[in-house]
Design a protein around this ligand. Structure first.
Ligand SMILES: [Zn+2]
Length: 160
């Protein structure tokens, strides 16, 4: 019987650390800088995000609003900035919060990330001190509503 691995958690961490490239470092730096520009007077929860589309990088920060509902998260600001610049594919994302253990994107952001990326898109989770981990979109958002679902529904609607 094989012995269980002693350092499986450490091995998992070492595994994602091998995937940190110079573009990951640039992505992290941009997200970290964006966090310092956060407009979050209500939550006092500054967030920075960045996305890479091919060789292009875009950053975003959370922008809150007195109405609360008009608030937009850092990830979506970064993505809409990329889309406004003509990019339709997100290859890699970095999210910086001040949480010591990091934080995942909210559900609304996962839906928007999903629109422009694939199941294996890398999501780096970080705080201002360091990169804390790597997730694939499918790990955080496994069963997604996508444009494929709309095509199915429109075909059904045409049959009626
Ligand atoms: Zn969000």
């Amino acid at each position: 019987m094989p012995k269980p691995k002693k350092n499986s958690v450490k091995d998992a961490v070492a595994e994602w650390r091998k995937l940190v490239t110079s573009s990951t470092k640039k992505l992290y730096q941009l997200a970290k800088e964006a966090q310092t520009r956060s407009y979050s007077p209500y939550s006092k929860y500054p967030v920075g995000a960045s996305v890479r589309s091919g060789r292009q990088f875009f950053a975003g920060t959370n922008v809150e609003n007195a109405s609360y509902g008009a608030t937009i998260c850092a990830e979506r600001v970064a993505i809409v900035t990329a889309v406004a610049a003509g990019h339709r594919r997100i290859d890699e994302i970095c999210l910086v919060t001040s949480n010591s253990e990091g934080a995942a994107p909210c559900g609304m952001c996962l839906q928007v990330i999903s629109e422009f990326s694939g199941p294996d898109t890398k999501l780096w989770i970080a705080n201002p001190k360091e990169i804390l981990g790597l997730y694939r979109l499918k790990e955080l958002f496994g069963f997604r509503f996508t444009k494929k679902d709309l095509k199915l529904k429109s075909k059904q609607a045409q049959r009626r």
